[in-house]
Design a protein around this ligand. Structure first.
Ligand code: ATP
Ligand code: MG
Length: 601
């Protein structure tokens, strides 16, 4: 059905009026005729001409008059029906018009040429909180933000003068004092002379959209910074691997009394510090390889309690509230411990005079409400919520908005790197979770971390009990790594531990080496990201050709090649770059000594 315009309603009304006039006019005419007819009966009686005016003529005349009255009745009924039909149509249209304007999500206003309000749709009350009476008693400009008034007036003037409205954006005050952002379009209605009679204004509340756009920009910025820092950290890791590796070689060869020994120790220390920085950057950019396991957050928190108490000092009281029915999550335990630790350290720094730190874990469900509020696409469903609250100084909105940015810190130079929360953010995101901050200056801070609940049992604790030390072997290892100096160093380290080593600069060459090699190859140590054939594809191919081979991946970076989550597949091992000699030899031994674990699925 076509929506009624003001014009069609006016035309309808005019038609009804015309029909009613015609009806009245005919009624008057018929009455006059009847009167004249009746009067003419009386005339001959008065003039005593009964002879001429016989009964026959009389009955003819009466019949004629009756026919006239009947005709008029029929005509009146017909006209009345027409009027009824038209009224009915008008009422229907009017109802439709009301339905549209009352149920439209947008606010519709009609003002006259002088800016006086003629109509405000009920959406005004819904969106801005003002009742019809309150609106009627104020001018149309009263709720507009003072800074935007001139613009609104200008647009209205233009519409009145030119007859064409344009789109503008401005702020309107909600009854509760907050400002809502409106996107407004005006159109004009002209009278018969073509003069602008009324302005129809449609206002759309775009506050939430603006808010989302702002949050989206923020998250895009985080992504971009993440990619950048991830890329830098990746290249740095390889270089650091070489520096640490060769420094370790030197350290081994120089005895404690050697005058150069102290210098080498310093190089090694600096290298390790740098490695921990790049690791944090990679965590933020979500490009580290996680080793997710089904975990009970309760035991993660309980295990850390002693350490945390030592970390936060005696002035701060630590309370943990653990839901006994807590569901499981799938995450990397080491990374989660890092998250809790970073949050606890921040809380400590926010409470220099002491206070309370509460760590709480509970089950929760993310519903559509939360999904709408959150700037990223949120998966509704069951989650485990980890809350870390402090009673510290809190954050102002500016700090809150930038807290997760790498290198953002409010601490004095040399105190904070600004990487703590970026690491937290990266780990949470990479584990498929979400993070929120509740904070206000002076009111403390609560970090809320949502991790998806999984319906699996945590595996029994299985910690390696073997003492770490010199791990040696005589198995054959194939090393695939594109960075030449790192490959040379790794091969030399393995050879020095008694292993037979084959090497290749990428996946394809590794396959070739394997095919040419007559004997067994017990283990493949491969970089994940390599030009041509990457580590994943190589491992798959070699696994088909040599069923017994164990796989150890080494990488500091997963990139797209392994997917953003980047967990290693069950049954294989992972070595984080840059690694020390000890980490390398231990991981190799661990892999070689493990049963061959072909995953069930
Ligand atoms: N619990 C908190 N209370 C108040 N402000 C906080 C809290 N946690 C973080 N902040 C603010 O967020 C900023 C960034 O925190 P982040 O952990 O990323 O870096 P940092 O603590 O300054 O340095 P780093 O953790 O690298 O040593 C802090 O400088 C601080 O201003
Ligand atoms: Mg910190």
């Amino acid at each position: 059905m076509k929506a009624p315009s003001l014009n069609t309603i006016q035309t309808g009304m005019r038609k009804i009026e015309r029909r009613e006039w015609v009806l009245w006019a005919s009624a008057v005419l018929v009455t006059l005729l009847l009167t004249a007819g009746i009067a003419s009966f009386l005339m001959p009686i008065v003039h005593e001409r009964q002879g001429e005016f016989d009964a026959f003529h009389l009955s003819l005349a009466v019949r004629g008059l009756i026919a006239l009255v009947l005709l008029f009745d029929l005509y009146a009924i017909y006209q009345q029906l027409q009027i009824y039909r038209m009224r009915h149509q008008l009422v229907e249209r009017e109802q439709l018009f009301r339905l549209i304007s009352e149920n439209a999500a947008d606010m519709i206003a009609v003002v006259d040429a002088n800016g006086k309000r003629l109509y405000n749709s009920p959406a005004y009350e819904r969106i801005l909180g003002y009742s019809q009476e309150e609106l009627q008693s104020t001018s149309a400009l009263e709720q507009v933000h003072p800074d935007d008034r001139a613009r609104v007036e200008e647009a209205a003037r233009e519409a009145r003068a030119g007859g064409v409205g344009r789109n503008i954006e401005y702020r309107m005050r909600h009854k509760n004092g907050t400002w809502r952002v409106m996107e407004s379009t005006a159109s004009t209605v002209r009278d018969a002379q073509g003069k602008v009679e009324t302005l129809i204004i449609v206002n759309r509340d775009i506050t939430d959209r603006r808010h989302l756009e702002e949050q989206f920009r923020q998250s895009q910025k985080m992504e971009a910074v993440g990619r950048l820092s991830g890329g830098v950290a990746h290249d740095f890791n390889n270089l650091l691997g070489v520096i640490i590796g060769y420094a370790e070689f030197l350290q081994e060869r120089l005895d404690g009394a050697d005058p150069l020994r102290a210098s080498v120790d310093e190089i090694l220390n600096a290298g390790k510090r740098a490695a921990s920085l790049t690791r944090q950057l990679l965590a933020f950019s979500r490009q580290q390889v996680l080793d997710p396991k089904v975990l009970d957050l309760k035991s993660v928190v309980t295990d850390m309690e002693k350490l945390l108490r030592r970390l936060i000092g005696e002035d701060i009281e630590l309370t943990t509230v653990l839901d006994p029915e807590l569901g499981k999550v799938k995450a990397d335990q080491g990374q989660l411990e890092q998250v809790v630790m970073n949050l606890a350290v921040n809380a400590r720094d926010a409470m220099p005079q002491g206070g309370k730190l509460i760590i709480r874990v509970e089950n929760t469900v993310l519903d559509q409400d939360y999904v709408r509020r959150y700037p990223y696409p949120v998966q509704p469903g069951p989650y485990v919520l980890l809350l870390v609250s402090d009673t510290g100084i809190g954050m102002d909105p500016e700090t809150k908005a930038r807290a997760f940015e790498p290198f953002f810190t409010t601490k004095e130079k040399g105190k904070g790197t600004g990487l703590g929360l970026s690491t937290v953010y990266g780990v949470v995101k990479q584990s498929g979770g979400y993070i929120d901050i509740d904070s206000a200056p002076g009111a403390g801070t609560t970090f809320k971390i949502y991790l998806p609940r999984v319906h699996q049992e945590a595996p029994a604790e299985k910690r390696s009990t073997e003492a770490s030390g010199e791990r040696r072997g005589n198995e054959t290892i194939l090393v695939a790594e594109d960075e030449t100096s790192l490959r040379t160093l790794t091969c030399a380290t393995l050879e020095s531990r008694g292993y037979k080593v084959l090497q290749a600069k990428d996946g394809l060459e590794a396959l070739e080496v394997s095919r040419k090699h007559g004997g067994t190859i017990e283990l493949l140590l491969t970089d994940i990201v390599m030009p041509g054939m990457g580590g994943r594809a190589l491992a798959e191919e070699l696994g088909r050709e040599r069923k017994e081979i164990r796989i150890v991946y080494m990488s500091g970076y997963t990139g797209q090649a392994v997917g953003s989550q980047g967990p290693v597949e069950p049954g294989s091992f992972y070595l984080h770059k840059p690694f020390t000699k000890q980490a390398l030899t231990e991981k190799i031994r661990e892999a070689l000594d493990s049963r061959v674990t072909v995953p069930a699925s």
